[in-house]
Write a protein that binds this ligand. Structure first.
Ligand code: ZN
Length: 314
């Protein structure tokens, strides 16, 4: 992201099997996860955050993380990503063979203490230890730091932009390949998204990473478009907006993948994702979590008549 030109194609990084599933109290059976991830891959998605490596007593939904990774690794051309909150999780994820690690680091001092019981400075230290482990055991694996609560925080409210940018610089200095910005709790607006991603690009250049935006207050797509207009080319999204928002019952959580793909493809921006197959990928999700609320306007309305997608891979 070194220029401010909008890219001709974007990478949609599907986070439903991690962000979505860990926000749902029920556990999707392992076989159903395999079928769902295969369907997402068949739709053309080429980066999927398939799980998080966290203690099973904290998140029983993710107890089968290594098995899920093993399946995802069989899918050709797929970048298999896992979330790791600490060094122990990173060890397990590297042993499982993931291609990419993502580490959440809170920009909000209050959120960092509440979420991982570490200060932001301690988290930067943990990230440096994960980078050292990666360099020693699996130098080909990429590491992304996702700066959560970058646009605001339910605990402390405002998060100063200078602190977000300073944290991004510290994370790049600690050795991460990319640092993205996450609107964990739906505080962001398009003007703020443009301002902060511009500053991120200026501060860390090509190390600027994905936009992870939520739709809590209905601004998810507007925020993605705003980020795209300042050169962001990777967008996290969740099929069916799975998981909702724990802070706002009835509101979707992550940006809905189907709506995001529709927006970009309708604009002529290539995603590599086949919209019909993507909508079909809701079936194995529904089968694995019967009755779970799903969100999204495009799946309900259907693909419009005359809508033609460019060549898709896969
Ligand atoms: Zn999220």
């Amino acid at each position: 992201m070194s220029s401010v030109t909008s890219p001709a194609s974007v990478l949609i990084s599907e986070v439903g099997p991690r962000d979505g599933l860990q926000s749902v109290s029920r556990t999707m059976p392992t076989d159903a996860k395999r079928r769902w991830i295969s369907a997402l891959h068949a739709a053309g998605l080429r980066e999927i955050e398939v799980c998080s490596f966290v203690p099973a007593r904290l998140l029983p939904q993710m107890a089968d993380a290594a098995e899920v990774v093993a399946h995802a690794l069989t899918l050709p051309g797929l970048t298999v990503m896992a979330l790791v909150p600490n060094l122990r999780g990173a060890e397990a994820a590297l042993a499982a063979g993931v291609h990419k690690l993502t580490i959440p680091v809170s920009a909000s001092a209050a959120h960092s203490l509440a979420n991982v019981r570490k200060t932001r400075e301690e988290m930067v230290g943990e990230v440096a230890r994960i980078v050292a482990l990666r360099n020693e055991r699996a130098p080909q694996v990429k590491i992304e730091a996702g700066i959560s609560t970058a646009f605001g925080c339910t605990l402390q409210g405002l998060v100063p932009e200078d602190e977000v940018i300073r944290l991004a610089e510290q994370l790049v200095a600690a050795g991460v390949d990319e640092t993205g910005l996450s609107d964990t709790t739906g505080h962001a607006n398009p003007a703020q998204v443009q301002r902060l991603f511009r500053r991120l690009g200026t501060a860390v250049g090509d190390h600027a990473g994905a936009a992870h935006l939520h739709n809590t207050r209905g601004l998810g797509l507007a925020n993605c478009l705003a980020a795209f207009e300042v050169g962001v080319s990777t967008f996290d999204a969740s099929l069916g907006g799975l998981g909702g928002c724990p802070y706002a019952p009835g509101a979707s959580g992550n940006v809905v993948t189907e709506d995001l793909v529709f927006m970009f493809e309708a604009m002529g921006v290539k995603t590599g994702v086949d919209l019909d197959k993507l909508i079909a990928a809701r079936e194995p999700l529904k089968a694995g979590l019967p009755g779970e609320p799903l969100y999204g306007m495009t799946p309900d309305a259907g693909v419009p008549k005359g809508f033609a997608q460019g060549a898709v891979h896969g």
